[in-house]
Design a protein around this ligand. Structure first.
Ligand code: AMP
Length: 264
């Protein structure tokens, strides 16, 4: 047990450039404990693209203030040496690590799980809060905790959006206001598809609406079964659409639960 911190504690891992999405995770953490640790660490291992890593927004002083105002009792920005001493073992995200988001970002989920496991070792939280915004990440972290039988409860937090529906993201600061307008096509497509009856209608609707925005380049738009993270088939109890693509050189991801028709 790390005696420098008061336990039990709730933990919110982030890469900084904090926005209202992160703040909502911190306020959810406060429901579990008055000891809330927020980490800020831009993890090079989960960036498959060096330009994305170099241009990732960094605003540590402002982050410190925002996190404290949102209810953090400690804002912790560890060094590379603290996180990655020579002997750190790498975690593999397995087959799911190469699908959906992983198919477009080779090694991303291995790097993400490696840092999350390391952060858990150092912080020893009783609760850790992750956003649904990174839905595949949330699923893989839950799997890691189950597999290693870590004594940590993973809490999921709903996606925080701007008034027109765009999911907040640290990378959004790289978008102009015209780009942001274009990026709204993602949540519009998700929202419209989510209301429809039937998987094929939902899929068709997603693709149809996403194709209307010339500034948007699609990586994938798929509907998965939430329990298995496999492509949804008829009869799935809970499904979710995942969308990923590019606007003005910025990679954007989003997802939304879809209406499910009970069969039989
Ligand atoms: P990041 O700093 O982007 O690595 O994100 C840190 C945590 O905040 C992750 O658990 C994300 O899923 C979560 N997060 C990021 N954006 C949002 C959002 N718009 N709504 C809710 N959670 C978010």
């Amino acid at each position: 047990m790390n005696l420098a911190r008061t336990h039990p504690l709730a933990f919110v891992p982030t890469m900084g450039a904090l926005h209202a999405g992160h703040e909502s995770l911190i306020s959810i953490a406060r429901n579990y404990s008055s000891n809330v640790v927020v980490s800020i660490f831009v993890n090079p291992l989960q960036f498959e693209n060096p330009d994305d890593l170099a241009s990732y927004p960094r605003s540590i002083d402002e982050d410190q203030l925002r996190a404290e105002l949102a209810g953090a009792s400690e804002v912790w920005a560890p060094t590379m040496e603290e996180i990655y001493p020579a002997e750190v073992s790498r975690i593999s995200a397995g087959e799911l690590g190469n699908q959906f988001e992983g198919a477009h970002r080779p090694g991303h989920f291995d790097g993400m799980l490696t840092v999350v496991k390391r952060l858990f070792e150092l912080v020893e939280p009783q609760w850790a809060i992750f956003g649904e915004k990174d839905y595949q990440q949330l699923f893989l972290v839950r799997e890691l905790v189950a597999e290693l039988q870590l004594p940590i409860e993973i809490i999921s937090a709903p996606i925080v959006r701007d008034v027109q529906g765009l999911a907040l993201s640290s990378r959004n600061v790289r978008l102009s206001s015209a780009d942001i307008t274009a990026a709204h096509v993602i949540s519009r497509a998700l929202q419209s598809a989510s209301q429809l009856d039937g998987l094929s209608q939902q899929r068709a609707c997603l693709h149809e609406i996403l194709a209307t925005e010339p500034k948007f380049t699609l990586d994938y738009a798929e509907i998965i079964d939430e329990t298995t993270f496999e492509l949804a088939t008829l009869g799935a109890e809970r499904t979710r659409a995942l969308v990923s693509g590019w606007v003005a050189g910025v990679r954007l991801i989003d997802n939304m639960a879809m209406k499910v028709i009970k069969v039989g």
